[in-house]
Write a protein of this length. Structure first.
Length: 112
């Protein structure tokens, strides 16, 4: 992905708006990779708007989706519902999201 630095900066900005408990559930090596790849120019997230109205890169949405799927879902049922929901997204978003289930987030970040 050519915008990996922007994607990581945006994802980090989103993470900073979440309660600490969510961030603590992300493995240190994954969080460290996101921080390392992030550019210094992080966007400002308007917490009064939904995430899909923030003007974020599609890759950012895919990364947040993968974090939710892998670390924040509390059950396999919740994970399956999330995956079903993702199948209803736009084609380009589906392609980005589809690439993430086949590899770990850490592997994805290291390869891009």
């Amino acid at each position: 992905m050519k915008n990996i630095h922007k994607v990581c900066a945006e994802a980090l900005a989103v993470l900073e708006t979440l309660p600490r408990g969510y961030i603590e559930r992300i493995p240190d090596d994954v969080l460290s990779s996101i921080k390392t790849k992030a550019t210094r120019q992080a966007p400002i997230i308007d917490t009064s708007k939904p995430i899909d109205r923030q003007g974020l890169e599609k890759g950012t949405i895919a990364l947040i989706f993968a974090l939710k799927r892998d670390y924040w879902c509390s059950s396999e049922e919740e994970k399956q519902e999330l995956i079903k929901l993702s199948l209803k997204t736009e084609t380009k978003e589906k392609e980005l999201v589809a690439g993430l289930p086949t590899m770990s987030i850490l592997k994805y970040l290291k390869e891009n």
